[in-house]
Ligand binder design. Sequence first.
Ligand code: GDG
Length: 737
Amino acid sequence: MNKSSFNRLIIVAYRLPFTLQQSDSGLTLKQNSGGLVSAVLSMAERAGHSTADAAMPIHWVGHAEPVFREIDAAELANSTFVAHPVFLDEAVNRGFYEGFSNNLLWPLFHYFPSYASFQEADFQHYQQANARFLEELAALIQPGDLIWIHDFQLMLLPELVRQALPQCTIGYFFHIPFPNHEMIRLLPRVWRQTLLQGVLGADVVGFHTADYVQHFFQSVAEFTTFPVIDKRVILPNRSVVVSDFAISVDFAKFDSTSQEPAVVETRQQYQTLLRHNQLIFSVDRLDYTKGISYRLQGYELFLIRHPEWHDRVTFVMTVVPSRDKIGHYQELKREIEETVGRINGLFGTIGWRPIVYSYTSLTFTELLALYTACNVALITPVRDGMNLVCKEFIASRHDEQGVLILSELAGAAKELHNALIINPTDTQEVADAIHQSLTMPVQEQRTRMRQMRHHLQNHNVFRWNHDFLQAINQTQQHRPEMETDLSLPAFLRSFSEADRRLLLLDFDGTLAPIVDHPADARPSPALCQALGELAGSSDVVVISGRNRAFLETIFTGIPLYLVAEHGAFLKKPDQAWERLDLTTDNWLEPVRAVMQQYAARTDGTFVEEKETALVWHYRLAKAGDIEVQATQLAATLRGVGSDVPLTVIQGNKVVEVKPARHSKGTVALSLAEQKPYTFIVSIGDDTTDEDMFSQLPNWSYTLKVGAGPSFARYRLAHQRDVETLLQKLSETLVSAS
Ligand code: GDG
């Protein structure tokens, strides 16, 4: 497996992969059934075989029953695996797991909205339980760990972890279908927003199929303000990769174990017991999503239509106990048992039972014996995220015999094209497929089986694991070229078609990254080059709060317009500075006195005197309440008496006071009106840039860099995206010439 740049892999899932059972010899660990458990444990087993990874066991954080408290921690760890039990208060667990997870999310996400129960108390328990998982994780995480969170019970956890540990690497995989956004719309607004935002705490979000990815994007578009670009959701300060990763099985393990003597022996016993009849097999957890009732109806119709098969075929149907404390599950169990009884009563004879039904779980050997004994695997869910049973059946068929009948509503149907794909509610289609399977020539069985086996050999659980972890690695190594909700082609076209263009660009946080010491801020050489090229055919204005000398030094030799001190001074290319603001200076003294008091009181802060503004800087201050001080100072300054109106700006680690007559907005507007521009773009990251965004004509392109509310029409995620954007504009000029 590929853990490459990460220290430890920490799996977080609702359950630990074991339950404890009381036996004569005391408490013993028993492996749970279920798709996720099978997939992840096979990863852990294989990891244990390689020396490098053996030193690095997989950690698994999951809920455990109180009886686990009696187990010594040492017993929960071996060379491949360390279990970290999460204990939940019983009432919380009931509301969280049985309530919100199984009575709401599960039915809703499997398109059973009428089974969904919307209870505020359950939502609160869901939040509390996710927070409990965070507590357990927070105590465990070390720098360099990769946290891989699983499934719909923990949708809030990625964002909780992100808030607590912003730098950590988080993957999230969703094992059930992600439905169309109209299902998500059924959730109360706060719930759906909290859930979506919760998931978006991850760096990579994975689903089984491309359809589920599209559905997720639809929901993001409908219920959040975040844009989606190139399989990424763009958040204010980072982005989330969302992609499909089809979970699979340990092909080699099923292939080889199916030939072991114990399996062969059990298979022969079954075949003898069932009089060497043709066998149809199914196994699923008790669940209304698995289409068990429709399956029975399909089989019944087959028996009605094909009496020639009576006595020659047996349907072995195993239902594994699951969630049977919930009402819908109890009803389902009753319905299944009645239908089985009715069909057996109707068609059976003294020597033949058409359906051999059991409500139990099978050992691995029994499971493999049935996968390999049967002629037909009948997998008919009405919704299934993926369905591993059908993949296990194929992987077990070393003999290349047997036919898979598979519902088009299982994720696996997107891959297993050589199955007989049916709609599970169409009982006629199911009956026909059963007949077709039982009469299928061996050669056709072999051709179909071979192709599906070839696919699964290459798309096994290790590939799923590898692809997911690789996607996480890539997010760490390669930042996307650019993150924005702007339609780039339209933007570039509008720029290149315009005959008069105006570019208004803020300096700190826009052209230059924010640095600890303001004097060190510099735009990159590549950005300066792009500005130089653009200035040849456009009016390019750097519009900043910085003083004149600073801007002139930084941009020496580039024919730009420079606007200093938020619009107090303007310098056109090759001309001298003009002072735009003619206000008297008698406001300076009282403002300076207040600022100096703050500077004297708090280490790491100082007052800068510009020609038309006073600025209190606090970037280097360590005081815990420094933002509170900044707000207090701004409030005090707003009350300072002056005979000219003043603007007090609480900006990025600065509080600045200047006469209100000039602002970036007034200057931007007056420049925009000087010529008949047909293209205007303004880009900025700070509150002062909002004046530009709000005053420019509404057809202008206004772009805010980073997070936070804004008047701008578009957003760039990072300062580095400004550089990319300007380079793209200058490339447009080069390719046009
Ligand atoms: C969820 C999604 C998705 C079952 N009975 C026995 C037994 N099993 C094992 C099977 C298989 C697993 O349980 C069932 O996996 P599925 O994928 O079919 O279904 P879910 O449990 O609903 O899993 C599903 C999966 O997550 C993975 O992402 O495919 O769509 O709903 O491995 O072998 N194993 C044994 N005895 C049994 O009686 N030993």
